[in-house]
Design a binder for this molecule. Structure first.
Ligand code: ADP
Length: 401
């Protein structure tokens, strides 16, 4: 079934999800409420989308294709069990999937949408071609002279593919750091031509993000923007609502709408933004899927990002994205111990915070820095100070002093 035919079909019952991490797990939870069945393609039964359900349901009730996410032969098996296939991560083999799309497999978002976004350099290029503001950027190799290209330090070097949670993003402050960076790849010099891009460091005042969904009929739903806070390039927390000038608000809405319409995108998209002290907005990154910055939608919005994504890819009417609380804060629970730990004590402390919901991903190995869960706390006011103080309180309960 192709995308157009699928949009006519009123009865999508099985949704294939490539990837089995926490995003797929939370999508499964939302699918149950919608009466849909999710079948994941993931290599390990210990991955969150399988292990959490295997503990609570009979193993037979949990359908999966046990294979790496870039195994397109396995995706063909997934397609045989589902009417539509979507993605929870970007580590796919697009060329191999195209053969399936040609044979009629319905991917949402479509592969042409992913093709525009998966490579960070191509993504920047695409956004700039739409007139959407992005930081100055270029390809970079060890031979590149940054001053010839008009860059001055600091700059940010990024892996063009497969970066996540700040892995693959490097802030470079001076020439010595740059040379040290390249030395790290001295053993693999032949692969460096297309591996990285460089961009101007944006001295942002705040980082923002907005989740945006579009259905096959062109219906669009934009979530309230959130403020996110990153340390060492990893998201620590997100808060909503965020007070913005009407101009900035309108600009963000225009960026999100324009992007979804130009791409004819189907599904939910995470749009990460930089807001500078003088009110300029730059797009940092578009994720063609559910996103960490949208996790608070589960507890704080009328429709969670996971339900919204499923609604979009199944051709159902989109849900109301509005907040149903005065304010909310989401804090990521990052691993901090090398030893295997399930952090029971810390989780109990967090669960005792009034209006808090702990989402624990049940990962088999709790490496330092790994996202093991998140907590959302609903707040009785929309003040930024209240939300930031709550984020700090949650972190003080989670991390050792
Ligand atoms: P990932 O895709 O791994 O999440 P990002 O490219 O989104 O990585 O970068 C992670 C974080 O690094 C951002 O949230 C931001 O804090 C910082 N960062 C990335 N690019 C820039 C930039 N051009 N200027 C300033 N900070 C940046």
């Amino acid at each position: 079934m192709n995308s157009a035919q699928a949009s006519m079909a009123i009865n999508i019952r099985q949704v294939g999800v490539i990837g089995g991490g926490q995003l797929a797990w939370m999508m499964r939870e939302a699918a149950q409420q919608l009466g849909l069945e999710v079948v994941v393609q993931t290599p390990h039964t210990t991955d969150p989308a399988l292990s959490n359900h295997l503990q609570s349901e009979s193993a037979l009730a949990v359908k999966a294709v046990l294979a790496p996410v870039d195994d397109a032969v396995a995706t063909a098996r997934l397609a045989a069990q589902c009417q539509v296939i979507t993605f929870e991560n970007e580590f796919v083999d697009l060329d191999a999937l195209r053969a399936l799309e040609t044979k009629g497999v319905c991917f949402r978002p479509g592969l042409s949408v992913l093709a525009a976004l998966l490579d960070k350099y191509e993504q920047r290029y695409f956004l700039r071609s739409l007139g959407i503001p992005v930081p100055a950027f270029s390809v970079i190799t060890p031979q590149t002279d940054l001053s010839d290209l008009g860059f001055s330090f600091p700059v940010v070097i990024k892996s063009r593919r497969h970066g996540y949670d700040g892995q693959g993003t490097f802030v470079i402050h001076d020439a010595a750091e740059l040379s040290q960076f390249w030395q790290g790849f001295a053993h693999e010099p032949t692969h460096l031509d297309q591996r990285f891009m460089v961009e101007a460091f944006v001295p942002f005042e705040r980082e923002l993000a907005v989740m945006a969904a579009r259905s096959p009929t062109g219906e669009i739903a934009l979530y309230p923007a959130v403020e996110t806070y990153q340390e060492q390039q990893v998201c620590r927390w997100a808060i909503a609502p965020v007070t913005l000038s009407p101009t900035t608000q309108a600009q963000i809405q225009n960026i999100a709408t324009q992007l979804l319409e130009k791409l004819e995108a189907i599904g939910i998209f995470g749009i990460e933004l930089f807001l500078t002290p003088d009110g300029q907005v730059f797009v940092n990154e578009i994720a063609p899927r559910t996103h960490n910055s949208g996790h608070l939608t589960i507890d704080a919005c009328n429709t969670s990002q996971f339900e919204q994504h499923l609604r979009a890819v199944c051709g159902l009417p989109l849900g109301d994205p509005a907040l149903h609380t005065a304010g909310a804060v989401m804090v990521n629970l990052l691993g901090f111990e090398t030893a295997v730990s399930d952090y029971v004590e810390q989780r109990q402390r967090l669960a005792a915070v009034p209006n808090a919901t702990v989402h624990w991903y049940g990962k088999a190995d709790a490496k330092p820095g790994r996202k093991l869960g998140h907590v959302t706390v609903l707040l009785d006011n929309s003040k930024r100070e209240t939300a930031v103080a709550m984020a700090q309180h949650i972190e003080s309960l989670w991390y050792p002093i």
